[in-house]
Design a protein around this ligand. Structure first.
Ligand SMILES: O=C(O)c1ccccc1N[C@@H]1O[C@H](COP(=O)(O)O)[C@@H](O)[C@H]1O
Length: 214
């Protein structure tokens, strides 16, 4: 059993939060982005968060959100971390960190070697990095698309901050992805769904087992 930490993102139902927690997820993600099929309102997220025990981090995923939106989430949902998944600048990352005193994970899309410089830049200001695939051109939702990138691009690389691998991961490929990249943390959304926004408890359990037992 390896100690790879798993984040299950885009949860919208209590039974799936329970399945993820019981299977050993270390992070639970709630998506606050109306265009996503996984969007939750603050009242729903607050209820779901109540089922998450201490020791499992509750992550609020937002996309280029303004202060008013962040203030409302932080006031009503007991979150432990922000996931900034839009085009937030390093300055905005620092601002969000300072405003709430919560750790910030910045998502960076990777498609080729040229995208790696951004990871080093964000590592100076974020608490964690999320190394994700770039969304398809013209996509309205910049993540959760089940798209993977060429993991060989980051093989043997490291950054000054802890990082998580994301993008198109499934129970079938997560072992290979971890083996190639050396990731110690992985994040999944569509790979544990039967259709966009429809999580499946068996798929959640299978993913966590596959990530941890290699
Ligand atoms: O999940 C979403 O709907 C979402 C919306 C907006 C930005 C990011 C989103 N999800 C994140 O995307 C990556 C990869 O997801 P997948 O496993 O390929 O479906 C992951 O970090 C999710 O947290």
């Amino acid at each position: 059993m390896s100690d790879v930490a798993v984040k299950i993102c885009g949860l919208t139902e209590a039974r799936h939060v329970t399945a993820a927690v019981e299977a050993g997820a270390r992070y639970i993600g709630f998506v606050f982005f109306p265009k996503s099929p996984r969007n939750v309102d603050v009242a729903t997220a607050a209820k779901l968060a109540a089922d998450v025990p201490p020791g499992v981090a509750k992550v609020a995923l937002v996309v280029d959100a303004n202060d008013a939106t962040l203030d409302e989430i932080a006031a009503r949902v007991p979150i432990d971390m922000w996931q900034l998944h839009g085009k937030e600048s390093p300055e905005r990352v620092a601002e969000v960190r300072a405003r709430f005193g919560l750790p910030v994970m910045k998502a960076v899309g990777v498609a080729d070697e040229g995208d790696l410089a951004a990871l080093a830049a964000y590592a100076r200001v974020a608490d964690q990095l999320l190394v994700d695939a770039k969304p398809p051109k013209g996509a309205e939702v910049p993540g959760g698309q089940g798209v993977a990138f060429d993991w060989r691009l980051i093989a043997g690389r490291g950054w000054a901050k802890p990082w998580m691998l994301a993008g198109g991961l499934t129970a079938q490929n997560v072992g290979l992805a971890i083996g190639l990249t050396g990731a110690r943390q992985v994040d999944v959304s569509s790979g544990v769904e039967t259709a966009p926004g429809h999580k499946d408890s068996d798929l959640i359990r299978a993913f966590i087992t596959a990530a941890q037992v290699r």
